[in-house]
Design a protein around this ligand. Sequence first.
Ligand SMILES: [Zn+2]
Length: 78
Amino acid sequence: MKLECKHVWEHISEYLDRQLDPQLLQDIENHLENCEVCSAILDSTRNILVLTADDRTYELPVGYSERLHKRLAKALRE
Ligand SMILES: [Zn+2]
C-alpha cells in the first residue's frame, strides 16, 4: 500500500507516540524515507515535542494540534 502525505500527517501524532499498528508504522517509515515534505514536518514536530519535554510538561501545548493542522493544510496547498 502506498501512503500519501496527508495519510502520514493524519497519523503523525500516533507515530510519535508509537501507537500505530506495525504495518502502518512500516508504511509511514517507508514514506518518510522517500518524502522530504513529510520528514521535514516530522522533524519540526519532534523539535516541538523535545522543547515541551525539556519544560517537563510532557504534553503538547494548548492549540498545538490546531496549529499543526493549519500548517499541514497550508503545506497541502503549496
Ligand atoms: Zn509525504
